[in-house]
Each structure stands twice: as C-alpha cells, then as structure tokens.
Design a protein around this ligand. Structure first.
Ligand code: KG4
Ligand code: ZN
Length: 333
C-alpha cells in the first residue's frame, strides 16, 4: 500500500492506495473553503496553520494500516510553499519513523492521474488542466513525457471565476457558485469579447485578465445588481470563458489527431465546459475522459494513484533531496 499526502493549497487530504490493483482503500479530505471564503482567496499563512491541525487528525485514522505501507507519496510541487511544507514534513517524519521510501509527486501529474483512480492509464492522452492555478493543454505520452501545447499568459480559468465572484461579492471558491447562477441566466445578455481572438501568432495561449476587466466594468456600471442581472452576468461570463478555451482547443487539434482527451482540475467539474468538450470530442471521434466529481479538485487519491505508478518505476526521492518548489516548469519537454 502507498500512503499519499496532499497539501499544496487549501485542501488537507490523505489516501491509501493498494499497489497491485490500484484500489483506493482510504481517502479523506478536509477543505478550508469556509476559512478562506471571507478573504476572497486563499491566505497562505492561514492555509499552512490549518494543514498543521488537520493533517495529523486524518493521519490518525490510517493507523490500522501503518504496518502495510510500502512507501509514502507526497505532493512537493507546485503549490504554495508554506502549504507544501506541511505535507512534506509529515511525509519525511513518517518515512524516518516507519523506514519507508519517499515519492515526491508533482501536483499537475497528480491531476492527470485523477482520471485513472482505481483503473489503468490510457496513454497517450491529450489533457486540458483547468484549476485555480493552471490552464494548460498537454500532450501526455506517459508519466515522464509531457508536452505543453498551451498555457495561460495571465490568470487561470478557475482563478477568473474566483475573481469575477469576488467582484460580485460571492465567497471563495466562486467557480461552482457562478456555474449555478449561470444556469438561471441569459448567456447572451452581455456581449463580452472572446480573448485573443485576432492573434495571428502561431503560438497557442490562453488569457483571462482582459475578460475579467470587461466583467468588472459591466458590474461597475450598475449601482445595485438585481438577482436576474447577477445571473445574466455569470452566464455571459461563463459562455465567453468557455468559448475562449474551446477556440484554442479546436485550433490546437485542427491538424492533429486525438483519440483520448481528458479534462482535469477543480474547474473540470463545470458541466457547461464538459458539454462543450463532449461536442468537440464527438467531432474528432475522440473519447472524453473525466474524473469523478469528488476527484476534480485537489485530493490525495490522485497523488496516491500517481505514487503507485512512480513506485512501480522505482522513482523514489532521498529524504534530503525531497524539496518543496512553488513552480515546476521542468516537467514538460
Ligand atoms: O484543482 P483545484 O481544486 O485547485 C488548484 O489546484 O488550483 O481547483 C480549484 C479551482 C478554483 O478556482 C475554483 O473556483 C474552480 O477550481 N472551480 C470551478 C468549478 N468548481 C471549481 N470553476 C468553474 N466551475 C466550476 N464548477
Ligand atoms: Zn490542483
């Protein structure tokens, strides 16, 4: 069994994955959403302090399995340094106490493996990663060969939902709330412009800061927002945010085949986005892979599944070499 720990942002999570059949034997996550909600975003110092309280509590529940662990997998990059340190310190302490090897897992790779929890991998696969920290289009050959096809020039997809939510006075994380309001809104009422439409550059990229500013100006033009206008803003914003993603995805695969397409990350829970990706995959005769809703946002089950793959390939990291890193550009080729 592999014990896995995730604490890269504001979710404390621990899982146990059986090595031979990848079965998830234990999984628990304690989110800090309500603690950060009032600040309109994650406060790193507060997140770290809460991890220090919740991680040991969850670990306590895994005690009956302690003698069966073969390795400890832990997210060590990318993320908030002060948050990552909490999980990595716990992993190191366990590694010493139980004489077990350590596996440092990249959080982005973890998200990719959220598609394979309790199952086998389906590589090669093209993956759209949409989270609070990232918007990336990836061609994943295998665990170690990942090509970055496009990334964001500024805000990420999920972050744009959170920032628009903050402007509307909604609590963090605003993504699911905006999606819910959008369902009751008129998505054509506000004609925001799709970002980077006229770019002739052959370089694919995403951008969300301009759209965020358009929405800000729209909100500021109202003295008081009635419920229907709020819903219409959410629907119009979501339509353009997704249209931008879809335009770039379609461009990326105009002359490129794709058989397996995955969407991962917290914002991959968005049903409106999934619907558009379904339609795109249908035109390409590709299969759309999605994670179970509970494994879209950060969790240790995906870290454990990636950890099993790394265990099988002997990818361990020595205690003194396991470092926390806030960014991780070098996983791509
Ligand atoms: O993957 P995740 O849990 O954390 C990071 O690694 O960043 O993603 C969290 C992000 C937040 O920005 C949140 O607002 C967004 O995912 N999100 C959504 C939805 N559910 C979560 N964005 C749009 N629609 C949703 N339904
Ligand atoms: Zn994440």
């Amino acid at each position: 069994m592999i014990l896995s720990i995730e604490s890269s942002c504001d979710d404390s999570s621990i899982a146990i994955t059986r090595i031979n059949d990848k079965k998830l034997l234990f999984h628990k996550k304690i989110s800090q959403d309500s603690e950060h909600a009032q600040y309109g975003g994650v406060v790193p110092e507060l997140a770290a302090r809460l991890h220090a309280i919740t991680l040991p509590k969850i670990l306590e529940e895994t005690k009956p399995y302690f003698h069966e662990f073969k390795a400890i997998a832990v997210t060590n990059e990318p993320g908030l340094s002060v948050s990552l340190v909490e999980g990595v310190s716990m992993a190191k302490a366990l590694s010493v106490a139980l004489s077990l090897p350590l596996i440092g897992v990249n959080h982005l790779k973890g998200h990719i493996y959220s598609l394979f929890i309790e199952g086998e991998t389906t590589f090669p696969m093209d993956v759209l990663l949409v989270s609070g920290g990232h918007t990336q289009l990836l061609h994943v050959k295998n665990l170690d060969e990942i090509q970055l096809l496009a990334t964001t020039m500024d805000d990420s997809f999920g972050e744009s939902f959170d920032k628009v939510g903050k402007m509307l006075g909604l609590p963090y994380p605003a993504g699911p709330i905006i999606e819910a309001y959008a369902k009751k809104g008129d998505e054509k009422r506000f004609d925001f412009t799709i970002p980077l439409q006229g770019t002739s550059s052959s370089k694919l990229a995403f951008s969300y800061s301009g759209l965020k500013n358009q929405v800000r100006l729209c909100i500021e033009s109202y003295e008081n927002l009635d419920e229907q206008t709020l819903c219409d803003i959410c629907a119009s914003f979501q339509r353009i945010a997704v249209a931008h993603l879809m335009q770039k995805v379609k461009k990326a695969y105009k002359e490129r085949n794709v058989e397996h397409f995955g969407v991962v990350g917290g914002a991959s829970a968005n049903q409106y986005l999934r619907k558009h990706l379904e339609a795109f995959c249908a035109t390409k005769k590709a299969k759309l892979h999605t994670a179970k809703m509970e494994f879209c946002s950060d969790n240790a089950a995906m870290i454990g599944r990636c950890g099993v793959e790394m265990y099988e390939k002997g990818k361990f990291t020595a205690l003194e070499a396991l470092k926390v890193r806030s960014s991780s550009k070098d996983i791509f080729f």
